[in-house]
Design a protein around this ligand. Structure first.
Ligand SMILES: Cc1cc2nc3c(=O)[nH]c(=O)nc-3n(C[C@H](O)[C@H](O)[C@H](O)COP(=O)(O)OP(=O)(O)OC[C@H]3O[C@@H](n4cnc5c(N)ncnc54)[C@H](O)[C@@H]3O)c2cc1C
Length: 499
């Protein structure tokens, strides 16, 4: 019943008694200079107003853990933090965590968007209940490690009447869990014309564009050539995300488009472009199986390097022009410009450098987890892959470590120097899974490419893939949504309304 233990660990959250919010977190306006912060260049027009934020915690108050980011790492950390020992403040431009392994399924309507978005208040209820705990819809713009302060700017997307404003938060402990950004390798036109698949709004954009193109291609007056272009979906990047998205898309075309868009069904095509082998981290046998299945489902696999991306076509290194109606970019990730700009030790590849306890050395009380961090070269440990299973386990480890530090009386700023941090973080890879559409998936349970172990492909793997992710979905509410969405899609097909 290990799976059930894992599942309950993740679904039970510590909640504490409800107390009224009786403190004003923004008591003093300040003119403090921002020059002391290490920060990324920002585009500040009009000028952003500066307000005070949360001041240093006082005796009698709980120490404050500030968490930057609400992804796999930050959310798993917040879930495990002992909120009787700490107040938790989360700063992130989104108020939910995205269950990324199922994000590709939302693009074609296999799952609804809300099924993969987990509100932070449900992951850590103290954030909405405790007087000293908060979620701030903002992005971090600077870290002043000497003064235990972070500089933030509100995110006012969609609120026309509000200009963004700045504020500061003092921390006792700071956890940087800012994730990574999609790599474009500096290729011209990618940012302007391609859609990345990382956030729920990306999946919404992909679905909207896919359905729009399907409908436009049916309208009288569209030339044959334009129809083919509109209905050509190109995916760049043959890693697990690119392959899973291509698989979902081909499944959607075979099962739903052929029936409901019969007039244009012969124009719809999916092309997957990869510079090397697809699914290079998987075993050769699984890779060959995936290639065969994808080809059978109508996905065209093209070996090539994208040189330039224009509005309706991309150009490969050998000069081939590929017209497209939808372009999805999934070629790996790297540290964001903000992470790169931080004046903190760096690991190979530009991630924030941490020691074996996920602590950033040379500064006090700063930790970093997930895709934005990596072991410093001096630890002799390799950089861990940018995976949810790494981020999640680092979040869990660090929550336990911070709880131990808090119990030992080291929760306040600059008070953990003499505390024994105990066992360092050790990562054990549990294997990889990827679905390839048409009720088929790959499951590779080897710890590394060279290691021996179980690797499976086909329907049993697909069943394992679905069961595993269903148990990993964080709340019972979303687990229920996912199960119902899957059942509805199986019986009635995918929802193709363009709302
Ligand atoms: C489509 C897709 C499918 C995937 N499938 C799998 C899979 O099957 N298995 C697997 O192991 N991994 C998978 N991954 C990888 C996995 O999602 C990442 O490794 C994981 O999300 C990393 O967690 P994180 O917390 O480090 O970063 P993220 O989850 O990316 O979270 C980063 C957080 O930081 C916030 N943030 C960014 N900038 C700022 C700022 N300046 N201030 C404040 N907050 C900020 C973001 O809004 C976000 O909340 C997938 C990824 C994608 C995109």
């Amino acid at each position: 019943m290990a799976w059930f233990r894992t599942l309950t660990q993740f679904s039970v959250t510590k909640s504490s008694s409800i107390r009224p919010r009786n403190t004003n977190p923004f008591p003093l306006p300040t003119l403090a200079s921002l020059a002391q912060f290490s920060s990324a260049p920002t585009h500040e027009t009009p000028p952003v107003t500066q307000y005070a934020g949360l001041e240093p915690t006082k005796p009698g108050e709980k120490p404050r853990v500030v968490v930057l980011g609400s992804g796999w790492a930050g959310c798993r950390l917040m879930k495990g933090l002992d909120t009787s020992a700490y107040d938790v403040v989360c700063v992130s431009p989104r108020n939910h965590m995205v269950f990324t392994p199922l994000l590709a399924s939302t693009c074609v309507g296999t799952l609804e968007f809300r099924s993969v978005a987990e509100p932070i208040g449900r992951i850590q209820p103290a954030i909405s209940r405790e007087p000293g705990s908060y979620f701030f819809l903002s992005k971090c713009t600077g870290i002043d490690a000497d003064n235990h302060l972070v500089q933030c700017e509100s995110v006012t997307d969609g609120a026309d009447s509000l200009d963004p404003w700045k504020f500061k938060i003092s921390y006792d402990k700071l956890v940087i869990a800012l994730g990574a950004e999609a790599s474009t390798f500096g290729i011209h036109g990618v940012k302007e014309h391609a859609i990345f698949l990382r956030e729920v709004y990306h999946a919404q954009e992909i679905r909207r564009k896919l359905l729009l193109n399907l409908m436009l291609s049916d309208v009288p007056g569209v030339s044959e050539e334009e129809k083919s272009r509109l209905l050509h979906c190109v995916v760049v990047g043959g890693g697990p995300t690119g392959v899973e998205f291509s698989g979902e898309l081909s499944d959607f075309i075979m099962r739903d488009v052929r029936q409901r868009y019969a007039h244009v069904k012969n124009y719809v095509h999916v092309t997957l472009i990869e510079a090397n082998e697809i699914l290079s981290s998987f075993d050769d046998r699984l890779r060959r199986y995936a290639t065969k299945q994808l080809t059978k489902s109508g996905v065209r696999l093209v070996r090539g390097i994208v040189k330039d991306v224009k509005a309706h076509k991309l150009i490969l290194n050998d000069g081939t022009e590929v017209p497209y109606g939808l372009l999805v970019w999934s070629t790996g990730v790297g540290p964001s410009p903000f992470v790169k700009s931080l004046d903190l030790p760096k690991a190979p590849g530009g991630r924030i450098g941490v020691d074996e306890w996920l602590c950033v050395p040379s500064v006090e009380d700063i930790f970093s987890i997930g895709d934005c961090s990596g072991f410093l070269e001096s630890t002799g440990k390799p950089t861990l892959p940018a995976l949810a299973q790494v981020a999640e386990r680092q979040g869990k480890y660090l929550a336990n470590l911070l709880n131990r530090i808090g119990k030992a009386g080291g929760g306040r700023a600059n008070s953990a120097k003499d505390i024994d941090f105990g066992e360092p973080f050790v990562y054990k890879h549990l294997g990889s899974m990827a679905t390839i559409g048409r009720y088929k998936a790959l499951v590779d349970l080897r710890q590394s490419k060279e290691a021996k172990g179980l690797s499976l492909a086909g329907f049993p793997s697909w069943f394992i893939w679905r069961s595993a992710y269903l148990t990993r979905v964080i709340s019972w509410r979303n687990r229920f949504y996912v199960a119902i969405n899957w059942a509805t899609t199986f019986v009635f097909g995918r929802d193709i309304s363009r709302i």
